[in-house]
Design a binder for this molecule. Sequence first.
Ligand SMILES: *Cc1c(COP(=O)(O)O)cnc(C)c1O
Length: 365
Amino acid sequence: MSQGVLTAQVDYLTLEAQIGGYEAAAQRADQIEKVYASCANLIGAKPHQVAQVENATAAWNQAFHSLRLSEGDQIITSEADYGANFIAYLQAARFNGVETVIVPSDDTGAVDVNALENLIDERTKLISITHAPTNGGLVNPAEEIGEVARSAAIPYLLDACQTVGQLPLDVERIGCDFLSATGRKYLRGPRGTGFLYASDEILERVEPAFLDHHGANWTAVDAYEVRPDARRFENWEFNYGALVGLGVAADEALAIGLDRIEQRVNDLAEGLRSRLRALDLEVYDLGQRRCGLVTTSVPGVEAVEVKRRLAEDHINISTSSPASTLIDASRRGLPTLLRLSVHYYNTEAELDRVADRLAAHYDLS
Ligand SMILES: *Cc1c(COP(=O)(O)O)cnc(C)c1O
């Protein structure tokens, strides 16, 4: 998190402690309202199309379950879709008889858009794609997929968890009906924040599976009315301190510029990939268009061990186990990967240091 994001949260929490939670929300109503516009601006949406929820998974689940798929319906998804999403597909199969079809990848490792088009038939009720998978630098062709979804008039849910804050996103150009995002990754926002975009067309058609008296009005003893905007997907209760932090994170990304962020992140990621290759390490990132996630492994050494070792050098990396993207990991026979995510604030000198430490620890050259 940036200092600005941190300060916004601390200030808000301090006010809550001083004057009370409801009172703070009333006093800061304008600031809270502005968060919707900030998140909307990040993705080319309008504020009424944004719902604030506690993380990307909650956003995705609200979208997915609002479609109420049933026996014989089909979901089309990508090979590197996120583990939590796949578990929802399996549940839909188990409880509702919904079938999931996986689009093969093209030569570059991205979703094969022609194959996707050929898979669509009258049973297809959802195209659900992860924009950039959790296990590598691949960026899927979201806009081309959107064209296919639009011309077949099939709802399109895009898991943009890894791309929001690192790539310029425009929901109109992508043509998705839903887009789910998190605060805590490339946006540099607080943990426990996330948001969902819902298009005007989909808002006409769906009602959340979980709906409370914030998402709907209880209008009579036996009646309720769903809110017209995307906030129908929210809960009544909020961590407002985190929410205002998210707004600042979105504003900061917009002030820097998403085009500039993408360029910088890309330069660093490619720089890191070439340093890793120079040490004869395998780089697993697929795709023609790539982003800031860089994945590799050290032969014969467990990923968690490498992570521990680098942590001692104050280099924070992550690992990605096969279970987070099981289809892709099985298909490619992937081990638990080392995931090195670069951001614009990283430096070339830091990339050198990662390579130096790996070389020193594991006798690479
Ligand atoms: C991290 C991740 C998620 C989950 O995000 P949360 O905010 O932790 O719920 C979803 N999809 C992808 C592709 C991810 O990498």
